[in-house]
Design a protein around this ligand. Structure first.
Ligand code: ZN
Length: 246
């Protein structure tokens, strides 16, 4: 990646915050500082995501809005809870190898469902064309295929894994772009940019100190931006929407 050419952190005073890189088939071992940061950067968002999801639930006016609030809320809270539990176990209970491995797989599977859940309110609540409407169920098929892939090939082909997330993240966006109502598109794209920038850090363990925790923060910014768009354009009553934009 670009980091070593710009700055080799291993030669700076910040090197003590991270370990050396590992070969592609091995897992990076974070330092104690990094473990703590990995836990904190996702634990911090558990309560806000529960409150935010409840807010959407209470703003719901019909059954579809209620169902979408549940799906989205479970995806959002699930991501931060599973990630926090996994990082805590891999920090404090790393001798429980099997538990840690299962949780790591679970952490990676949840990302697929989180992506599907993030699209669900848009796909369920906005008007879509006859072809585009198939994406409503297709996202869940994609999430299930991703989950099966993780189950069989977890950590085997890291680049393929990353590619799967990128496809899952961008493919449904094509449908969103074709919606007759385009309100919220800019926020959706901004959230997508946060996730993409975060991926640079996701692949930089051992090159940049706290790389994984920085990735977590980008995920939180992306999720926060998408939450704002869902709250404002899909749940907020239209009279209040105009007040917000003033
Ligand atoms: Zn993580």
């Amino acid at each position: 990646m670009f980091a070593p050419r710009l700055l080799d952190f291993q030669k700076t005073k910040y090197a003590r915050f991270m370990n050396h890189r590992v070969p592609a088939h091995k897992r990076y071992q974070p330092t104690e500082y990094e473990h703590a940061a990995n836990c904190a950067t996702h634990a911090l968002w558990i309560i806000p995501s529960i409150l935010g999801s409840s807010n959407l639930y209470f703003l719901s006016d019909d059954d579809w809005e209620t169902i979408s609030a549940w799906i989205y809320g479970l995806g959002l809270c699930g991501l931060f809870v599973v990630s926090t539990v996994f990082h805590t176990i891999s920090w404090k209970k790393r001798h429980l190898r099997m538990v840690e491995r299962c949780l790591h797989m679970f952490d990676r599977m949840v990302i697929y469902f989180f992506i599907a859940a993030s699209y669900a309110p848009w796909l369920n609540l906005r008007e879509l064309g006859p072809w585009a409407s198939h994406m409503r169920w297709l996202v869940w098929i994609m999430a299930s295929v991703g989950t099966v892939y993780v189950f069989f090939f977890h950590e085997r082909y890291k680049l393929v894994e990353l590619l799967c997330y990128v496809i899952m993240g961008f493919f449904p966006a094509l449908v969103i772009l074709s919606m007759p109502n385009t309100e919220g598109i800019w926020e959706l794209m901004t959230g997508g940019v946060f996730y993409c920038l975060g991926m640079v850090f996701f692949k930089s363990d051992g090159r940049i100190p706290f790389a994984h925790a920085i990735w977590h923060l980008f995920v939180a910014f992306g999720a926060g931006t998408h939450y704002y768009a869902i709250w404002r354009y899909l749940y907020l009553p239209s009279t209040l929407q105009t007040k917000v934009s003033k």
